[in-house]
Write a protein that binds this ligand. Structure first.
Ligand SMILES: [Zn+2]
Length: 398
């Protein structure tokens, strides 16, 4: 049962906000609950009403009288639109966990999808601390098989079964590490019920063409073992224009029908097309650049991305160590973001040789200002869509 079923089961209550703890207990995590609460705050589904979410669009608004859209941050007509795309940082330490940093681990929330990247040891517990249900994980991507990027896989897979997660979970990983995948997949005894679908990646390029909800692209990085970085590419779409809809007298369920069917006939008998009532909208892009030296693939992955997660194990004063061990410095990561025209950069995977993270922030911000030096359990929203698409050109790399 997907998100639709979960939310449809929410009973009317005194207040959606008060219901949040119960929702969480019922395996509906904080983000999904937040969508409901936020929709109400925007004048969306009042308490007691049903809210049905299906990834990007509510199903059959005519039947349910309400539209909740999770892919945008704007309100259009009867569509209440909430951001549901964010990075949940589960761990930020390279090599070994520290008192304040768990091994790697990142969950990208993308509407109804949740991609777990590089689950290091302890990721299962970090999910709990982050308030995210295991059922949020729909896909897993591993960059490579050094322990800090994969030792959490067995625990996560066991947890998915323990929680009776009903949806399949696709796992992408470098094919050269198949023997490590096989061991991690079968290293302990438990009631293994989840449909885990392995996808060894042999070459760079598109590994899942999508196009909905996104395409997944792999690019080979330059590390000490075969390593793939990842790029999540949403297809372009259309942005509805509320002023034009109002002027044409199109509202409520007719908006959904216009989106689905491409045209509607207004009360005055005029046929209005989707093209007239909307403008092209660029898809969003997320990039995940982990253990690597500076290489073309790092720039290609980050090209024009809305959000880039990039390792910065070292500071520039230790650039020789970074090169020797196949890693980046904070300055190099910032260069990647800057030259690739990315919008927001998240630095992570820090060496424990540095007593604090101030140096990373200073070094990167001098080159690329919009930088977040990640700490465990941080949540970094994917930046709102660009206002003007400038055409429907798509920026996929394959
Ligand atoms: Zn590594």
């Amino acid at each position: 049962m997907g998100l639709v079923g979960v939310l449809a089961g929410v009973a009317p209550g005194p207040s959606l906000t008060e219901e949040v703890p119960a929702l969480v207990e019922g395996h509906l995590d904080l983000l999904q609950a937040g969508v409901l609460v936020g929709a109400e705050a925007l004048g969306g589904p009042a308490r007691g009403e049903e809210a049905l979410l299906l990834g990007h669009e509510l199903v059959d608004p005519a039947e349910h009288g309400v539209v909740v859209h999770t892919a945008d941050a704007t309100q259009t007509g009867h569509a209440w639109v909430m951001p549901a795309r964010e990075l949940v940082v589960l761990g930020t330490a390279s090599q070994a966990p520290t008192r304040h940093r768990n091994h790697n681990g990142y969950l990208l929330r993308w509407d109804a999808e949740g991609i777990l990247f590089d689950p290091g040891e302890g990721t299962q517990r970090q999910l709990l601390l982050a308030g995210v249900a295991s059922s949020a994980v729909t896909r897993i991507c591993l960059t490579h098989f050094h322990g800090d990027h994969c030792l959490g896989l067995p625990g996560i897979l066991q947890r998915l079964s323990l929680d009776h997660v009903a949806h399949p979970v696709d796992v992408w990983y470098p094919a050269a590490g198949q023997e490590f995948y096989d061991r991690l997949r079968r290293c302990a005894l438990y009631n293994d019920t989840v449909d885990v679908r392995p996808h060894p990646v042999h070459r760079e390029g598109v590994v899942d063409p999508g196009p909905e909800p996104f395409a997944l692209v792999a690019a080979r990085l330059d590390h000490r073992t075969e390593t793939f970085g990842w790029r999540v590419v949403e297809p372009g779409g259309r942005r509805m224009l509320p002023a034009l809809l109002d002027a044409a007298g199109i509202s409520g369920p007719d908006i959904g029908r216009l989106q689905r069917e491409g045209s509607v006939v207004t009360d005055s008998g005029r046929r209005v097309t989707l093209g007239e009532m909307s403008e092209p909208r660029l898809g969003q892009v997320f990039a995940f650049v982990m253990d690597t030296r500076l290489c073309d693939a790092a720039f290609a992955l980050a090209d024009g991305a809305d959000l880039v997660v990039c390792e910065s194990t070292f500071l520039d004063r230790d650039a020789d160590l970074a090169a020797a061990y196949g890693h980046l410095t904070a300055a190099q990561a910032a260069r990647v973001a800057k030259e690739a025209g990315a919008r927001k950069l998240v630095l992570t995977h820090f060496s424990q040789r540095y007593p604090d993270d101030a140096g990373f922030a200073d070094e990167a911000a001098a080159i690329f200002p919009d930088v977040v030096v990640a700490r465990d359990l941080d949540r970094v929203p994917v930046p709102p869509r660009r206002e003007h698409s400038g055409g429907a050109e798509q920026r996929a790399h394959g």
